[in-house]
Design a binder for this molecule. Structure first.
Ligand SMILES: *Cc1c(COP(=O)(O)O)cnc(C)c1O
Ligand code: SF4
Length: 478
């Protein structure tokens, strides 16, 4: 029972008085404090000013098994190190982990740690790919009028000025282009190149329907301040450009750059301010996946951006072992709202090769969305989307035309974007029952399973689509 009186208002007499909420309702404000990095052997002597310095963070990022071993030393077992070594050489992405991220991993249990899972590959955790996976699962290269630019939807386009990131995510959608070559993948050439940028600007200016530009990569954190301002100003100067989003995972994995790289923050803010004076909206899109990524440093960095009038939105990826349970996703969403980072999307993991251990089913996304919706303000509730290959755009996960849960085939359509086409998403095989998994092992079954799902989708379709052409290049059906 609450004791107390507030300004002539006797709480004891209020009917339907609610008891105070339990601790889980406040958990989102409970952020990691102090010099948490000092528990990592290599950072034991590192003071706060050094740890926050973005240049120090870049210089000490872990890129090889040797650097990782030197950093964590006796915190991990010999068998873990072997597993890691083997994982490094089999992964399609480079490895690059900032000290900030290294310090957030629970090294007493690295196998189950949500941050380790995202950035550090372990051979023992790799699973065979679904037979329908490709490297460029979104077929961005097919919609590129100039290199490093994807124009697929009427009024918006994706501009990729750089191919480097402050960390490399194992699950990157653009593993065809991002980072340097690894032992198993030779990347498309997307190096930072102002001449290529001019081509992209000319293309945008010659397409008046293009109003919304996503500047991604790679990661805009890696653009020097001067380049960021140059790109921002050039795009603002194009009359048809009305909205711009700079995309960076930086705030999530190296938040102290916002506090110490004044030139970069000033460049961003100057583009935001100039845009505002021209009636154009310039925002920052970031990419938090785990509530554990958010610390007192993040709060301070986000506060700095908020004070300076930068709108920040967040796009997460739904990842097995990272955020694929209800409580974790609710905590992440509330924590983002608390930081004024609007949760915009949660993506179903793209069908990219080499990271089958990270994917979840469409059903998992549906269940988590149902749980999260209503737990906080509606405008802080993300839309859960599936960006199925073929270019239908991000479809609300609930909006499938048919979902064969047994074989793990979800069928979507996008009547306003690509009429008369179907888009397919395949659940990871390990999440299916044994008999369905067996069916997928024989390629002779694939066509029948997919055609059966499409036939059901057609039956459910109220608009009765005419004979369909199958957009998804990887369905092998024409
Ligand atoms: C995701 C994406 C966009 C932006 O889509 P929104 O749904 O507006 O966030 C634009 N172009 C391409 C090619 C994309 O993949
Ligand atoms: S930061 Fe973005 S572009 Fe870079 S590796 Fe991660 S997901 Fe890919």
């Amino acid at each position: 029972m609450i004791q107390g009186r507030t300004e002539g208002y006797d709480l004891e007499t209020v009917p339907n008085l609610k008891p105070p909420a339990g601790p889980e309702a406040l958990e989102h404000m409970n952020l990691l404090q102090g010099e948490f990095w000092r528990k990592v052997p290599a950072y034991r002597e590192i003071d706060e000013a050094t740890f926050l310095d973005h240049l120090w963070q870049y210089r000490h990022s872990v890129k090889t098994p040797k650097e990782l071993t030197d950093t964590v030393q006796d915190l991990v077992s010999a068998s873990f190190l072997e597993d890691l070594q083997a994982g490094f050489y089999r992964a399609p992405m480079n490895v690059r982990v900032s000290p900030y991220v290294m310090a957030l991993i629970d090294w007493t249990n690295p196998y189950d740690d949500p941050i380790r899972t995202q950035f550090i590959p372990l051979a023992s955790r790799l699973l065979p790919d679904h037979p329908k996976l490709t490297l460029d699962s979104l077929h961005e290269q097919e919609d590129s009028p100039v290199p490093g630019m994807t124009h697929r939807y009427a009024d918006k386009a994706l501009f990729l000025p750089t191919s480097v990131c402050p960390v490399y995510c194992r699950f990157c959608t653009r593993s065809y282009a991002i980072g340097g070559d690894t032992d198993v993948v030779e990347k498309a050439e997307l190096a930072t190149d102002p001449k290529r940028w001019q081509q992209a600007f000319a293309y945008i200016a010659s397409h008046p329907e293009l109003q919304d530009i996503v500047i991604s990569g790679g990661d805009t954190y890696q653009l020097p301040a001067k380049s960021l301002k140059k790109i921002g100003d050039a795009l603002l100067d194009i009359p048809n450009v009305r909205r711009m989003r700079f995309a960076s995972k930086g705030v999530a994995i190296l938040p102290s750059k916002i506090l110490t790289d004044h030139a970069w923050v000033d460049a961003l803010c100057s583009v935001v301010q100039r845009g505002r004076s021209m009636g154009k909206d310039v925002v920052l899109h970031t990419h938090f996946n785990s509530p554990n990524e958010i610390t007192w440093i993040t709060e301070k960095a986000m506060r700095r951006l908020f004070e300076r009038g930068v709108t920040v939105r967040n796009q997460s990826v739904l990842i097995r072992g990272v955020n694929d349970d209800k409580e974790t996703m609710r905590l992440l969403v509330r924590r983002l709202g608390y930081l004024n980072a609007h949760p915009y999307y949660v993506y179903l993991h793209d069908m990219v090769k080499g990271v089958e251990d990270l994917r979840t089913t469409v059903q998992t996304a549906i269940d988590i969305e149902k749980f999260v919706r209503g737990c906080t303000a509606g405008y802080n509730t993300p839309t859960f989307v599936c960006d199925a290959p073929g270019g239908g755009g991000k479809r609300d996960v609930h909006s499938y035309d048919y979902y064969d849960r047994e074989n793990g085939i979800a069928v979507y359509s996008a009547p306003g974007v690509k009429p008369n086409q179907w888009f397919l998403y395949f659940d990871p095989l390990t999440q299916l029952e044994p008999q369905a998994r067996r069916r997928w092992t024989d390629p002779a079954n694939h066509r029948a399973m997919i055609e059966a799902a499409l036939a059901q989708a057609k039956r459910c379709d109220a608009f009765d689509l005419r004979p369909v052409s199958f957009a998804s290049a990887n369905t092998e059906i024409r």
